[in-house]
Design a protein around this ligand. Structure first.
Ligand code: GBH
Length: 490
């Protein structure tokens, strides 16, 4: 068997999906055109919360230039495209009463053009752009009732109804963990609510319920006629034990993974409930500070049954890893970062990128895929994002080729050596775009976008050519055919 560091030559399964991704707010622009309502990210960026005062008002202008985007995908021989629908473009105030036909038309045109180009759409319903009205009226995902998760389910139903005859791959939520920890925890992301040990868990609770409601609507009202699949996308930073021979570090790794990924994956893929270690730790800490109940909300038995099993696949966004050790005493600080009682760092020898949080750890992806299989069973996995940034936008982006080559090779090892059922791979991103708090300073694209040019010209980077070669060969060139004939005797 190949060692961890050996490069593995071989090909992917025949029906492997090769995709690249974007998200509505990061590429569309047209923030107030054709009836679109404002989202929390319009508000956040207009309030000057972004580096350079950048906004997504125009972004890559994909609202007008989606034909060019499709051409880029065709040139790379991509088989799939992952994009997201902007909730307030379809429902400007978040509710069905505000239905906006022009918003629906945009996505119909995009979907029809993709299908005409023989590219399969993978559609995310929520990539963070909540209608502002729902934040103002109901506190968004921090809502204490069923209202916002019900409204999400209603929005999902409208999308299935309008697009489901052509869209067969649905992702309910992109990275609920990021929404909960940064939108409603540290407040760095929209809507900027701070509550790192409280509202963060309320938001997560609502997001999980919202996902399950949308899943059941698809399952009960659309699956039979539309015959698609629906699931959720979770982001996972692998937690590597600092010292493999120290049992405490192994425990720290397991706890870290359970708090990071298990908070969302355990309810959906195991038993409808949070991991025991989360319930135990957060429950005890809450008791210690005389809270009347745990800061971690509880699901009722009915809710557990409702949430369990609500995903046809595992959507995984993977970028990087952490090194962890176990703390010797529990922390009572009300903070999701402290609740696991582990110390989490980056190994200073790991190669960096244009983003401080993103260190290059290709082997982490293979370990993450194995951890997912070991905890959640043989569920089909789609890697729905993976990629790397820089700050110079160089067209000769050798570091990005290095990153893709080695991460994708680890996906191949997970499939061929470990037997993990990985069905597709998605590069983040098709092109440079609005990188949330970092605005346009960090670039993740396979294509360079000139943000100073009103045409938002797109140019392929070397990594786009690399990706095309990889797709054309469906892997890292086919294994040399071994001849069964005897060599001639001389
Ligand atoms: C993905 O999140 C997103 O789905 C995608 O939209 C985004 O463009 C892509 O990553 C690249 O960032 O600045 O220290 O506060 C990946 C998870 C969550 C990782 C937010 C970076 C910010 C860390 N990301 N996090 S920090």
């Amino acid at each position: 068997l190949p060692m961890l560091d050996d490069f593995y030559y071989g090909t992917f399964p025949d029906d492997f999906a090769w995709s690249s991704a974007t998200a509505a707010y990061q590429v569309e622009g047209a923030w107030n055109l054709d009836g679109k309502g404002p989202s929390i990210w319009d508000t956040h960026s207009h309030n000057g919360k972004i580096d350079n005062n950048d906004t997504g008002d125009i972004a890559c202008d994909s609202y007008h230039k989606y034909h060019e985007d499709i051409k880029l995908m065709k040139d790379m021989k991509m088989t799939h495209y992952r994009f997201s629908i902007s909730w307030p473009r379809i429902l400007p105030d978040g509710t069905a009463q505000s239905f906006n036909r022009m918003g629906v038309d945009y996505y119909n045109n995009l979907i029809n053009s993709l299908l005409a180009a023989n590219i399969t759409p993978m559609v995310t319903l929520y990539h963070w752009d909540l209608p502002q009205t729902l934040q103002d009226k109901y506190r968004g995902w921090a809502n204490e009732t069923e209202t916002v998760s019900d409204l999400f389910a209603e929005y999902a139903r409208i999308c299935f109804r309008e697009f489901g005859n052509r869209v067969k791959f649905w992702i309910t939520l992109n990275e609920p963990r990021v929404v909960a920890t940064q939108g409603y925890g540290d407040g760095h992301m929209a809507p900027g609510i701070v509550g790192p040990g409280t509202t963060t868990y309320v938001a997560a609770h609502n997001l999980i319920k919202a996902h399950a409601k949308a899943y059941h609507i698809y399952d009960e009202e659309f699956r039979q006629t539309q015959k698609g699949q629906i699931g959720i996308t979770l982001n996972f930073d692998w937690h590597e034990p600092k010292n493999m021979e120290d049992p405490n570090d192994l425990v720290a790794s397991e706890i870290g993974n359970q708090f990071w990924l298990g908070q969302y994956a355990n309810p959906v893929y195991v038993n409808g409930d949070y991991p025991d270690i989360m319930k135990y730790k957060i429950g005890n800490k809450s008791l210690h500070l005389n809270y009347s109940r745990s800061r971690l909300p509880e699901f009722t038995d009915h809710e557990k049954n409702f949430i369990k099993g609500t995903s046809d696949f595992f959507g995984l966004n993977f970028y990087t890893s952490n090194v962890v050790t176990l703390k010797s005493t529990p922390s009572y600080k009300v903070d999701y970062n402290e609740d696991p009682d582990i110390t989490s760092t980056k190994d200073p020898t790991w190669i960096g990128s244009g983003s401080p949080w993103l260190k290059v750890t290709p082997w982490g992806l293979r370990k993450a895929l194995n951890w997912i299989r070991n905890h959640y069973g043989d569920v089909p996995v789609y890697i729905t994002e993976n990629g790397v940034s820089d700050r110079n936008g160089s067209l000769q982006d050798n570091h990005r080729i290095y990153y893709y080559k080695h991460y994708i090779n680890n996906v191949l090892k997970a499939i061929k050596v470990d037997g993990v059922k990985v069905k597709g791979y998605t590069a983040w991103s098709l092109m440079d775009n609005f990188e949330w708090m970092r605005g346009y300073t960090e670039r993740f694209g396979l294509h360079y976008v000139d943000f100073s040019n009103p045409n938002r010209t797109r140019t392929p980077k070397a990594s786009a050519h690399f990706m095309k070669d990889l797709i054309v060969h469906n892997g890292f060139f086919p294994e040399p055919k071994l001849s069964t004939e005897q060599p001639p005797l001389i």
